[in-house]
Design a protein around this ligand. Structure first.
Ligand code: ADP
Ligand code: MN
Ligand code: MN
Ligand code: MN
Ligand code: MN
Length: 337
């Protein structure tokens, strides 16, 4: 039977890359990644190649079922240049984690958005809804907006085999979060991108768009959106003492600029020191501190310094591949013994 393979990749737009995809029909498809052929696309339409030599290559790297499409599969791809090298826009190729020692849990926040009013779901056409406070983890038609989309997205992600760990309504009206955990930095990035793709596609059905911007309501007193990166490697998981956590956290201090560079566009609007964030210009870490750049979860300390760290700075529009690549690089630079 003919299978529908949706090849998904990231375009070359700056400062924020977007999802692109197209369908490939394969007869007698096995369902396996190794049987997904390489493909090509017009890179001159995605800011990835000049018109005169426009072909870019799609290299399949992750596959899962497409639960919403008959005989469908979702195929995440890396973009290669026509000579077969990683394209400069290919963040996944930057990840240096061959043994999958790094585990990542991303908390993806986003707004469900009405493209006609250009406001979140739950916002009236004129003026504002009640100030934030009543929306976080809420229930009821005056508090939680767009749950049908969120629920459908959760079901579809689980049916696809993505490792979603939870969802919750967030602090602003129309704002939600899902969490995905995976062992291996590349796998975590693949799953986040597929989940973003599914959310966008589900929103299409009711004319709701997904706003990934980190501060879509500007400087008003509404929370922005983050993508907290929870991470561990074997050093953090088996540490057993505070000093190892201090050493790894301190490795982040001299490379603030390098991290912020890949933590998403316009992050200075969000990392203000208010709304459970640290200032973009500072670096701090602390136990249970949601106003720090990096939080050491209390449970990690209570277990005797076995666990993980949470970098709270990546924003909702950041590329999880680039975030993970940078965290892996910094953690590996820390000398722990
Ligand atoms: P909070 O909102 O309190 O910051 P969440 O429950 O939304 O926390 O997210 C915590 C994330 O941490 C989860 O996605 C989970 O998968 C992840 N996590 C837990 N343990 C580890 C670990 N050892 N390494 C990496 N991530 C982890
Ligand atoms: Mn054509
Ligand atoms: Mn969370
Ligand atoms: Mn959150
Ligand atoms: Mn968090």
């Amino acid at each position: 039977m003919a299978a529908k393979l949706e090849y998904i990749w990231l375009d070359g737009y700056k400062p924020t890359q977007s999802l692109r995809s197209k369908t490939k029909i394969e007869k007698d498809f096995s369902g396996k990644l190794e049987d997904c052929p390489e493909w090509s696309f017009d890179g001159s339409s995605t800011e990835q190649a000049p018109g005169g030599s426009s072909d870019c290559i799609l290299k399949p790297v992750f596959i899962c079922k497409d639960p919403q499409r008959r005989n469908g599969y979702l195929v995440m791809c890396e973009v290669l240049t026509s000579d077969g090298n990683a394209h400069p826009t290919n963040g996944r190729a930057m990840i240096d984690d061959d043994d999958n020692d790094f585990w990542f849990g991303f908390e993806q926040e986003y707004f469900l958005w009405n493209p006609e009013t250009n406001k979140p779901l739950g916002f009236p056409v004129n003026g504002y809804p009640a100030p934030q406070g009543q929306y976080y983890c809420s229930v009821g038609a005056k508090n939680a907006f767009g749950r049908n989309i969120v629920e459908e997205h959760l079901d579809v992600c689980l049916d696809a085999g993505l490792n979603v760990e939870g969802i919750n309504a967030e602090v602003a009206a129309g704002q939600w979060e899902f969490q995905i955990f995976a062992k291996g930095a590349k796998e975590a990035g693949d799953q986040i991108w597929i989940a973003r793709y599914l959310l966008e596609r589900i929103g299409e059905k009711s004319g709701v768009s997904i706003n990934w911007h980190c501060k879509p309501l500007g400087a008003l007193d509404w929370n922005g959106s983050g993508m907290h990166a929870n991470f561990s490697n074997s050093a953090l998981r088996t540490a057993g003492k505070k000093e190892i956590y201090d050493t790894i956290c301190e490795a982040f201090r001299p490379v603030v600029a390098e991290h912020i560079k890949v933590y998403g566009a316009d992050n200075e609007l969000r990392l203000t020191g208010k709304h459970e964030t640290a200032s973009i210009y500072d670096f701090s870490y602390g136990i249970s501190d949601r106003g720090a750049s990096i939080r050491i979860p209390l449970a990690t300390v209570e277990r005797g310094w076995y666990g993980y760290l949470e970098d709270r700075r990546p924003n909702s529009a950041a590329d999880p591949y680039k975030v993970a690549a940078r965290i892996v690089k910094t953690v590996k630079s820390a000398v722990v013994d």
